[in-house]
Design a protein around this ligand. Structure first.
Ligand code: C2E
Ligand code: CA
Ligand code: CA
Ligand code: CA
Length: 275
């Protein structure tokens, strides 16, 4: 393979081979992950810029693999989708979120990420309704996050489900905004309550002069459309200051807190900490 050039050499790349085997291993293991209680949920606080106190949380799933340690969702959500397990995983994350919401003050909403695949399923809304009822929380306490790309590649069923979730009383957020090619005008056709600006824009806020006016325009237009705005991935006081100046509603990011386990959320709450 040495003399055959780069392309051929790549075919035998041991790193790629390992990756492929890793994927196969995970695909096999994920089938038992739920059954064996290896999945757990962390919650990341969302903080209102006006009061600098927690107004909500985002639920983020993790997998504690018996041999490999903690695996982030980026490495297994796609595998779960292909294995037909995403519905069961979302149901688990939603149940954990609703149970936590029941322990927190009534103004606190918990956001759950919805995979585009799951969003197309006819049974989604009945499943959601049942889990929320069982936990005994008001549907307003649950917000669903869907990515911009998911909505753009949308079919009738997806839009239908979004409207039905909203009719149920749940809130809907557009996630990772700015990474796709939709305009805010296109999005006005969908029933959104909140827009989350992707962290790539927030990252560059201090260094890339071109991004500041874009972020400001996103915030202004969203608010004109009646949406609340969350900036994702806020890591510095400087970013928070710029976002305050632009009158962004909420921030989420390491500046305030990384995602944490349920016990720590309850602690944060009792201490009434502000950032
Ligand atoms: P996301 O929805 O955009 O979630 C935010 C991600 O940014 C999380 O990564 C979070 O840990 C990370 N993050 C938060 N604050 C900061 C910060 O200040 N700086 C930086 N650099 N990163 C920050 P995580 O937990 O690895 O999740 C990755 C993605 O996996 C999520 O992106 C979401 O799309 C997906 N995901 C997570 N949980 C679920 C789930 O239950 N269901 C589905 N379908 N997808 C999920
Ligand atoms: Ca999200
Ligand atoms: Ca996001
Ligand atoms: Ca993201």
């Amino acid at each position: 393979a040495k003399d055959a050039g780069r392309g051929t050499w790549r075919l035998f790349d041991p790193a790629m081979d390992r990756q492929l085997q890793d994927r196969r291993g995970l695909q096999r293991d994920i089938k038992s992950a739920l059954r064996e209680d290896q999945l757990f949920v962390e919650f990341q606080p969302v903080v209102a810029l006006s009061t600098r106190s927690i107004v909500g949380l985002e639920a983020l799933v993790r997998w504690e693999h018996p041999d490999r340690g903690i695996i982030p969702p980026g490495e297994f959500i796609e595998i779960a989708e292909r294995s037909g397990l995403i519905g069961a995983i979302t149901a688990f994350v939603l149940a954990e979120s609703a149970a936590l919401a029941a322990q927190l003050p009534g103004f606190m909403a918990i956001a759950v990420n919805l995979s585009p695949l799951h969003l197309r399923e006819a049974w989604l809304v009945d499943q959601v309704s049942e889990i929320i009822q069982q936990a005994g929380v008001a549907p307003e306490r649950i917000e669903f996050e869907v990515t911009e790309t998911a909505v753009l590649e949308t079919e009738g069923r997806t839009i239908d489900n979004l409207h039905r979730l909203r009719a149920l009383g749940c809130r809907i957020a557009i996630d990772d905004f700015g990474t796709g090619y939709s305009s805010l005008a296109t999005l006005s056709r969908f029933p959104f309550d909140r827009l989350k600006i992707d962290r790539s824009f927030i990252n560059d806020l201090e260094h890339n002069a071109a991004d500041a006016p874009i972020v400001k325009a996103m915030i202004d237009l969203s608010q004109t459309m009646g949406l609340r705005v969350t900036a994702e991935g806020v890591e510095t006081e400087r970013q928070a200051a710029i976002l305050t100046l632009y009158q962004c509603n909420d921030i989420q990011g390491f500046l305030y807190s990384p995602p944490v386990r349920k016990a720590q959320v309850l602690q944060l709450f009792e201490s009434g900490r502000t950032v």
